[in-house]
Design a protein around this ligand. Structure first.
Ligand code: NDP
Length: 396
């Protein structure tokens, strides 16, 4: 029996994880769920899944949830804040932890689950971008098994030899090819991009996702973060990682072997497929998703990304090549920029400007331990917030 904790349970990935788990009650027990503020969704999830523990990051939300659970006679214990998240992430009885908080907020809980030696299913890519080497070193120490959930990285994992473990250099691999849908603005002109709204950016053509990753997908920063994530998970340098646009989102990524073979994983664009794969691993369980209908799909297209219209991809590649903590700078600046865009504080093309400014303002920083990582993350966010206020002059 797998004993599951879901960090970020109320989000898109969290709810899909619980959908898969609920299909296998003989195999999975839901032990603990966490969220930030969304009491209504958390209350509903507690009613269905009856976890022993529910954690709200926000203290007021935790109080409200506790009252509602008591009034409805549910025995779920409620904890609050960073300590509560930590308790859930390394619950002694848990075997599997889904890391599905959005953004850098997931770093400490993810690291706690890794330190505790769990099977850690990582959807939350930002911690891997900001502190990939720290997380992979912690996994090597504790024996934690890292299972990628991001559809591209899960596809790659599925195309690597049986027995492969994340963190090791895969044998016989020439390179990895990440596919990208191109996002909702794939065909937009520079003028259209400059006027793009948050409402349009969050409407992804193929995937249903939370607002932050949807904006990342529209700027193609998502693919840039995924390049860095792939380098951390598969211990490969930037020059062996490439990106190809594939609008149908049927091929989720490819592994190129030295003999010229390329192995790809295909499937419907539904996160329950990689979630079921990682939850069942090394077995296979039903996910509730039908296989692709290849005849209905008919054709598949592939094209190179356009660096002029989508500069975030090159910014991410440059940060990966620069090494050190440049990816952390990129990630912190991006999180601030995306939030400012979602809040209508600046335009779509201001996002790469703010990120580039932060990369220049924090050149080759060195932060080798967790405290230094957190301090640098805070400093970059300050730089980025100041830059958001100056975007009119930056774009002039
Ligand atoms: P959502 O925005 O849908 O959900 C985010 C979850 O994190 C919610 O449960 C939210 O709680 C919680 N949360 C937000 N802020 C905090 C905080 N400060 N402390 C604790 N919990 C917090 O995100 P997604 O599910 O779309 O994405 C989650 C992660 O998975 C991201 O890193 C994303 O890049 C990655 N990912 C997502 C995919 C997708 O298809 N959605 C695909 C591949 C990767 P609340 O609801 O209370 O705000």
């Amino acid at each position: 029996m797998k004993q599951l904790v879901v960090l970020g349970a109320t989000g898109t990935v969290g709810r899909n994880t619980l959908d898969v788990a609920a299909r296998h009650p003989q195999r999975v027990t839901v032990l603990a769920l966490t969220a930030n503020r969304d009491v209504d969704t958390m209350f509903g999830l507690c009613q269905v899944h009856r976890p022993a523990l529910a954690v709200m990051r926000d203290a007021g939300a935790a109080l409200t949830l506790g009252q509602r659970l008591r009034m409805s006679g549910l025995a779920t214990e409620v904890l609050a804040g960073a300590d509560g998240l930590h308790s859930a992430a390394c619950l002694p009885t848990a075997t599997h932890v889904m890391s599905a908080i959005v953004g850098a907020a997931g770093l400490l809980p993810t690291l706690a689950a890794v330190d505790a030696g769990k099977h850690v299913l990582i959807a939350n890519k930002e911690p891997l971008v900001m502190a990939g080497p720290l997380i992979m070193a912690a996994a090597a120490r504790s024996g934690a098994v890292i299972l990628p959930i991001d559809s591209e990285h899960n596809a790659i994992f599925q195309c690597l030899p049986a027995g492969y473990r994340c963190g090791a250099v895969p044998q016989g691999v020439a390179g990895l090819v990440l596919t990208a849908s191109g996002g909702p603005f794939r065909d937009w002109t520079p003028a259209q991009l400059a006027a793009a709204t948050p409402e349009a950016a969050v409407k992804h053509p193929n995937w249903v996702m939370g607002p932050k990753i949807s904006v990342d997908s529209a700027t193609m920063m998502n693919k840039g973060l995924e390049l860095i994530e792939a380098a951390a998970l598969y211990d490969l340098p930037a020059d062996r990682l490439s990106v190809v646009i594939h609008p149908e989102s049927a091929v989720h990524s490819l592994v190129s072997y030295v003999d010229g073979s390329q192995l790809a994983q295909l499937g419907s664009p539904d996160m329950r497929v990689p979630i079921a794969h990682a939850l069942a691993w090394p077995e296979r369980w039903a996910s509730g998703v039908a296989p692709l209908d290849l005849v209905a799909l008919g054709r598949m297209h592939f094209e190179a990304p356009d660096p002029q219209r989508f500069p975030c991809l090159d910014l991410a590649r440059a940060a990966l090549q620069a090494g050190g903590q440049a990816p952390l700078v990129l990630n912190a600046a991006n999180e601030v920029a995306v939030q400012a865009f979602l809040d209508h504080q600046m335009g779509f093309m201001d996002m790469p400007r703010v990120i580039e400014h932060c990369l220049e303002a924090h050149p080759a920083p060195c932060a080798n331990d967790l405290d230094a990582v957190l301090a640098l993350d805070a400093a970059v966010r300050q730089t980025a917030r100041a830059a958001v206020g100056r975007t009119p002059e930056m774009s002039a």
